[in-house]
Design a protein around this ligand. Structure first.
Ligand SMILES: NC(=O)c1ccc[n+]([C@@H]2O[C@H](COP(=O)([O-])OP(=O)(O)OC[C@H]3O[C@@H](n4cnc5c(N)ncnc54)[C@H](OP(=O)(O)O)[C@@H]3O)[C@@H](O)[C@H]2O)c1
Length: 222
């Protein structure tokens, strides 16, 4: 099934990478930005990258509001500092959509460090702000550099959290459509703090190893 996916903050590296991979998987993608021109430029650049890799895709750009209005699924890829304000502003437009939060509350101070979140995690903060709107967590552990390197196959698990079984199944199906990604049911929203925290560990490991490793959970049934 094809969904239109909006990527709020999609002009950044993570948003561009997810836009590229989801478009290759066959979904129309709208890259969102605070600035329509910046969104258009990013959409053209990502489309050119993906086309050069031999795929035909539908990637456009719009303001975050217009991107959300046009979409069924909305991915959030803004920095944590912008998370609360961005979601608060978009809340009316997000009614009836499924929101996928990929935001990691972290900062750098001689290496990556967690930022305390009153609600427990960025994903739970999104659910608190967007009361009545379905929120799942996903993609936190997939590095933008891997997503954007289209010559390199992905080989990652995506830990998906959520309290709504139907929405989680929809998000997992979306993840599984991306070549090289496998979705894993990581439990309810309250487990999002562990998924987000794992990214901080991964960033540290990747800095030490000059790598861009992700997560693979062994021993799961096929
Ligand atoms: N980079 C990774 O490898 C990676 C991996 C997993 C998860 N993540 C998470 O994904 C999110 C995005 O990461 P990124 O590296 O792509 O971030 P980024 O480049 O710093 O930011 C993404 C976009 O957010 C928008 N933005 C920035 N400041 C904002 C503000 N104050 N208010 C509203 N929008 C603002 C900008 O778009 P406009 O200026 O065009 O509006 C920017 O291009 C982060 O939460 C990060 O933790 C990143």
């Amino acid at each position: 099934m094809s969904y239109t996916v909006a990527v709020v903050g999609g002009t950044g590296e993570e948003g561009r990478g997810l836009a590229a991979r989801l478009a290759i998987a066959g979904h129309p993608v709208v890259i969102g930005s605070r600035d329509a021109a910046r969104a258009s430029t990013a959409a053209s650049e990502v489309a050119a990258l993906v086309t050069a890799a031999g795929h035909t895709v539908d990637i456009t750009g719009a303001t975050n509001d217009d991107a959300v209005a046009s979409a069924d699924l909305v991915l959030i890829t803004v920095p944590f500092e912008a998370h609360r304000d961005t979601l608060t502003a978009l809340a009316p437009a997000l009614a009836g959509k499924t929101v996928i939060d990929a935001v990691v509350p972290m900062r750098f101070e001689r290496g990556p460090r967690p930022v305390d979140v009153e609600e427990g995690s960025a994903t739970e903060q999104a659910a608190a702000i967007l009361e009545g709107i379905t929120v799942c967590g996903a993609f936190h552990n997939v590095a933008a550099a891997s997503l954007l390197d289209l010559a390199h196959p992905l080989d990652d698990d995506v830990l998906v959290t959520g309290d709504d079984a139907d929405a989680k199944a929809r998000v997992r199906a979306l993840v599984d459509e991306v070549a090289g990604l496998r979705s894993v049911d990581a439990g309810p929203l309250r487990f999002s703090r562990f998924v987000e925290g794992l990214t901080i560990l991964l960033v540290g490991v990747n800095i030490r190893y000059k790598a861009r490793g992700g997560v693979r959970i062994s021993g799961l049934p096929q």
